[in-house]
Design a protein around this ligand. Structure first.
Ligand SMILES: [Zn+2]
Length: 286
């Protein structure tokens, strides 16, 4: 193990040790937290290795500051969020609001997935409202086969096994609505998820309220603020997610779930059957 460590500079997992390795890839420093923070916290609590990657540095996401100053602030917020959730948080230095699915960024994404030796890769679907989210979806799809091709980006060893690729949940209906193949009960870690989001002060309490015209709703007091955040981030469980929860947890357990995160299986990576999904998501269970 030590030898391999030295050779590649990263821990090797996939099959050799049984620890599942997860990488979530979002466009901005706060996207993974928002869409998968609860699931990440659960994996981390079970001792599995989780990494978040923001493909852009978030340097456009504020009404008063921008550029390097904002990128620096958001990097610090991401590190704090990572600490609270128990995940490693990487931020790539691409400009916010200007992301393109270029070959250059595709290679950056391939490298991140390989270095993490990921078993599970989670990213947005490529039909989101925000161009950075859309192109992050495209970039990860473009990496989904290439991570196993040794002649591409040969300086980082190719993965021996193609990971499974999943999509984060979203509300967009065209060309096709999100399909909740896997639903995770995050009721027990919902407060932790909110605490992770609370670390992104520039977003949760400043930028998003400003662009959404609800700045007047944000409480001034820090304790009140986090309660307000939890209240506004609660999501009702849709009938589709409810049936996914019933499938994975059984009817009785599913009826007790207050908060959930759902994922759709992408067609491009390894295609897991039910048994493989239960192995990869050990928190699922009746
Ligand atoms: Zn975003």
């Amino acid at each position: 193990m030590l030898f391999v460590f030295t050779l590649y500079g990263v821990p090797r997992a996939q099959e050799e040790d049984k620890k599942i390795r997860i990488i979530m890839i979002g466009a901005h420093p706060d996207d993974c937290d928002d869409d998968g923070g609860g699931t990440a916290a659960l994996f981390a609590q079970m001792g599995y290795a989780v990494k978040f990657v923001a493909v852009t540095n978030g340097d456009a996401g504020h009404q008063l500051t921008g550029g390097a100053e904002l990128a620096k602030r958001r990097f610090a917020e991401a590190q704090e969020a990572g600490k609270r959730l128990g995940v490693v948080y990487d931020v790539l230095n691409n400009h916010d609001g200007q992301l393109l699915p270029s070959l250059e960024v595709r290679l950056q994404v391939i490298k991140k997935i390989r270095e993490w030796n990921a078993d599970i890769v989670i990213a947005p679907r490529p039909n989101d409202y925000h161009p950075d989210h859309r192109y992050t979806g495209v970039l990860v799809q473009d990496a989904a086969y290439m991570v196993a091709v040794p002649n591409i980006a040969p300086e980082t060893p190719a993965l021996k096994k193609n990971p499974i690729f999943l999509y984060f949940q979203d509300r967009f209906l065209r060309p096709n609505p999100f399909r909740p193949d896997i639903a995770v009960d995050i009721t027990g870690v919902f407060d932790k998820k909110i605490s992770g989001l609370d670390a992104h002060e520039s977003q949760m309490y400043e930028w998003l309220p400003w662009i959404g015209h609800y700045s007047d709703k944000v409480p001034k007091d820090k304790g009140e603020r986090i309660k307000w955040l939890a209240e506004t981030r609660k999501q009702s469980i849709s009938p589709g997610i409810k049936s996914a929860l019933e499938k994975w947890y059984g009817k009785e357990k599913a009826s007790l779930v207050k908060n959930a995160e759902a994922f759709e299986i992408c067609e491009y990576g390894s295609q897991p059957d039910e048994e493989a999904i239960r192995k990869l998501f050990p928190m699922l269970g009746k």
